[in-house]
Design a binder for this molecule. Structure first.
Ligand SMILES: Nc1ncnc2c1ncn2[C@@H]1O[C@H](COP(=O)(O)OP(=O)(O)OP(=O)(O)O)[C@@H](O)[C@H]1O
Ligand SMILES: [Mg+2]
Length: 372
């Protein structure tokens, strides 16, 4: 449904995206993860024809975003980050306006609205002005406008940022419902949301894809398995109960243990986290150790690494300075955007096009230089 190949986006000398490639297949709900400034919104804007790439290409539903932007926009519903809405419009009035812009007739609109009111939970606010709505409800209206033309693909750029935990959970529930019969890209830096709503994750850092795969595969990328072990500090099967140092030393001796760290616990037990290599299973060894020593094992859990740990390790040091190119003056290229209309662009988008200076592919130039 979406095929991005070698997307590079430069804002002047700053490389916001660096040869980003990925595919999204029909029916997938994909989490597009990355820290602030990683290039998530830039990618979303390119996919939705709001911004042109400096180089690379994107096909959406078989259409090229550069050559056939109108066909692409028909297939996509887009909720931008911090979407602007007309506060003085009523909710129903606003959705009718969006439908008009999309060329949807009244009968189809009424039919669509029945579904949208239900899947976005808008029943109680249809008559209200948008400015009266809580942030959570505004996001639901945003989802509604993205769905008005029943698009097969939905692109949601941080739809839950700034929402309180209850609103977040609600919006995620709606997204899960909507994602049942659509292809969805959910851009976010909230890892819990991705674990809940998505089967697949793409992680970008410094404008590059650093992980792409099923959530479990991405989690396993960390290469570590974590064991949580709690041992009774008051009682033992034989002899006296162990001290914390006893348990720590014995766990550290287990073959395959990479590190052992004490956990904060109450005064009933000693708690430790033990790290082992991916694919290892040390539970048997831990159990045997406790039996041999006569210790009472109160709890043991084996977790593959959390998505959060993988995210942290893959996106560490995602700093702006890393992406500043020292471009030679003759490397600056001509202005672009000829092929993409800017008619729907938000203020930030216009700023973005003003800031853009380059068009050609750096690699292409490199090869031209070589030819010369
Ligand atoms: N119009 C612009 N002109 C110059 N630089 C820009 C422009 N838009 C974005 N950038 C820069 O490009 C980088 C990627 O920005 P982008 O908005 O895509 O990141 P993001 O992953 O969406 O971050 P966030 O989580 O904060 O929304 C950032 O460093 C940003 O400052
Ligand atoms: Mg963003």
């Amino acid at each position: 449904m979406i095929e991005a190949t070698g997307l590079t986006k430069r804002y002047g000398a700053y490389r916001a995206l660096d040869r980003v490639s990925f595919e999204v297949r029909r029916g997938e709900v994909v989490g597009f993860l990355g820290p602030n400034g990683a290039g998530k919104s830039t990618t979303m804007r390119i996919l939705t024809c709001y911004l042109s790439a400096t180089s690379g290409s994107v096909k959406v539903h078989g259409y090229d975003v550069f050559d056939e932007p109108l066909a692409v926009r028909e297939k996509i519903g887009y909720l931008p980050q911090r979407a602007q809405m007309y506060g003085e419009m009523g909710v129903l009035e606003y959705l009718r306006f969006v439908a008009d812009v999309r060329g949807i007739d009244v009968t189809s609109f009424n039919k669509r609205m029945r579904n949208i009111v239900e899947v976005c939970g808008l029943g109680t606010v249809l008559g209200k002005d948008i400015r009266q709505l809580s942030h959570g409800y505004r996001q639901r209206v945003g989802l509604g406008q993205a769905l008005i033309h029943n698009p097969p693909i939905l692109i949601l750029d941080e739809p839950t940022s700034d929402l309180d935990p209850n609103e977040k959970a609600e919006v995620i529930e709606y997204i899960k419902e909507i994602g049942k019969d659509r292809t969805v890209i959910l851009s976010t830096h909230n890892l819990a949301e991705v674990e809940e709503a998505c089967a697949r994750a793409i992680i970008i850092s410094k404008g590059r894809v650093v992980a792409d795969g099923a959530i479990d595969e991405v989690r396993a990328r960390g290469g570590r398995v974590r064991y949580q072990v709690l041992v009774d500090e008051k009682a033992a099967l034989r002899g006296t109960a162990p001290s914390s140092a006893d348990v720590e030393a014995a766990l550290a001796k287990i073959q395959g243990a990479i590190s052992v760290k004490e956990l904060p616990t109450d005064d009933r037990c000693h708690g430790f986290t033990l790290l082992g290599n991916k694919g290892s299973d040390l539970r048997g060894e831990i159990f045997k150790l406790c039996v041999d020593k006569g210790w009472v094992l109160l709890e043991m859990r084996r977790d593959i690494q959390k998505l959060e740990d993988v995210f942290k390790s893959l996106t560490k040091g995602d700093e702006v300075a890393d992406r500043l190119r020292t471009a030679a003056p003759d490397e600056d290229e001509e202005s672009e955007d000829e092929g993409l209309e800017d008619d729907e662009s938000e203020d930030e988008e216009s700023d973005a096009s003003e800031d853009e200076e380059s068009d050609d592919d750096a690699d292409e130039k490199d090869s031209k230089k070589e030819d010369a």
